[in-house]
Write a protein that binds this ligand. Structure first.
Ligand code: ZN
Ligand code: ZN
Length: 430
């Protein structure tokens, strides 16, 4: 650390932008980067926003297509604005040597850009997406640092990750069944069969659960088909989606370097050999376990008091399908949804109890409207990019994809330049 601070104060301070950040003049570089930022954002967000259309292929209509395309255009424009602003700020900080230090190369420019996102033209839904994605990859990065017992256990043990994922699965599916969460999750929960507050349904329940000899099925299940058909339909649909996603993943994967012949067939064969069924297995196992366990428990314990517990057990157990795709990023995704759910509950409980003058305060109102991911966005994105530039191995593949997807590899280029400068200077100081 002493060596590095000496290095920054003595050597990097004298370097101008085109020695460490980019190869042209600052304005030239910005003009040169603008079309690349647009192209890169278009490519990155195409997969993220247009791919979910595949999951709705049976329900596609004009409105869904229009909404999705608008969302895509919004994400591309927002990512572009962020990339341009970061680019300008990096150069602005670099031109003031008296401000220069380890944290001024990336951390501060990105932190300020993260704050400025509220003043850009960014749709609320896109802000939430940015907040959630960055929080997710920041959790990845904190775990990859393995600095304490908890992060070490999560990063090193598949068993620990699976167990935490099972708890996330139970919390998320329970919240989704209660309509408290709209975020995408691997499995869609079964419809809640009984509205607990409705008096007439309350009466009909008594009839259902007390009279076992009538024709009403003795179960809490609420699906239209038989339980067997319900499980099989789920398996068929999720297998189709899983196979489609695994095929897309295979097609988009890089061709291995050791392909003997440079022909289309040999390249295709090399990709086919690497075909993996992880997503198919994850989706099919999740829906299979969830529906099977929930239907089975609903038949075994068909009493209203077991309604929630039956569903929680099924939701918890279906999280064990994580073993088929035990990626840290998938766990972080689940953790982010749970964190946001608890944050919403916390706000709902506490905001009502605030005195009127505090509740009317603009900052308090802003905090009450925001997701936690959005509030943490400036420090999280700054931490992430800073870590990526200096210690790339502490950032997950997804984090790297986001940073370079939004900036057309600008982060990668700066990371490379800085590590090369560090090596040269450390060698000179020895
Ligand atoms: Zn510059
Ligand atoms: Zn059933």
């Amino acid at each position: 650390m002493v060596v590095l601070s000496k290095l920054y104060s003595e050597s990097l301070q004298k370097m101008c932008c085109n020695e460490i950040i980019h190869s042209r003049g600052c304005t030239d570089n910005l003009i040169h980067q603008i079309p690349k930022y647009i192209q890169s954002n278009m490519k990155y967000f195409a997969v993220l926003t247009l791919l979910p259309l595949l999951l709705k292929i049976n329900k596609l209509n004009r409105k869904i297509v229009k909404d999705t395309l608008t969302y895509y255009a919004n994400t591309v424009f927002s990512g572009f604005q962020l990339a341009v602003f970061i680019n300008i700020l990096i150069c602005a900080f670099r031109r003031r040597p008296e401000l220069f230090g380890r944290y001024n190369i990336m951390f501060l420019p990105v932190f300020i850009s993260g704050l400025a996102i509220h003043f850009f033209w960014v749709a609320p839904r896109v802000k939430q997406l940015f907040g959630a994605s960055i929080l997710q990859v920041t959790i990845d990065s904190v775990c990859l640092r393995r600095e304490n017992v908890i992060t070490r256990a999560i990063a090193n043990s598949k068993g620990v990750r699976t167990l935490i994922f099972m708890f996330c699965s139970a919390i998320i599916l329970h919240a989704k069944q209660k309509k408290l969460c709209k975020t995408f999750w691997i499995v869609t929960p079964n419809e809640q069969p009984i509205k607990e507050s409705s008096p007439e349904i309350e009466n009909s329940n008594i009839q259902i659960f007390e009279n076992e000899n009538n024709n009403i099925p003795n179960s809490l299940c609420n699906h239209k088909t038989s339980c067997r058909a319900h499980v099989l339909t789920g398996l068929r649909n999720y297998l189709t989606i899983g196979l489609s996603l695994d095929t897309i993943k295979m097609v988009m994967s890089r061709i291995p370097k050791d392909v003997p012949y440079n022909t289309f067939i040999s390249k295709l064969w090399a990709k086919l050999k690497n075909y993996q069924f992880n997503t198919t297995a994850l989706l099919a196992a999740s829906v299979g376990i969830y529906r099977l366990v929930n239907c089975h428990l609903n038949h075994l314990y068909p009493l209203k008091k077991y309604l929630t517990i039956n569903h929680l057990v099924a939701s918890f157990l279906c999280g064990s399908a994580y073993v088929f795709l035990p990626k840290l990023s998938l766990l972080s995704y689940g953790l982010v949804i749970c964190i946001e759910l608890f944050w919403e509950q916390f706000k709902r409980k506490n905001y009502k109890e605030l005195p009127k003058n505090i509740a009317e305060n603009n900052i308090v109102k802003f905090v009450n409207k925001s997701t936690l991911g959005l509030l943490l966005f400036p420090p999280a994105v700054a931490y992430l990019v800073h870590t990526y530039v200096y210690r790339k191995h502490f950032v997950s593949a997804l984090g790297e994809e986001i940073i370079n997807g939004l900036t057309h590899g600008y982060g990668k280029q700066i990371s490379f330049n800085i590590s090369r400068a560090e090596q040269l200077m450390e060698a000179a100081l020895k």
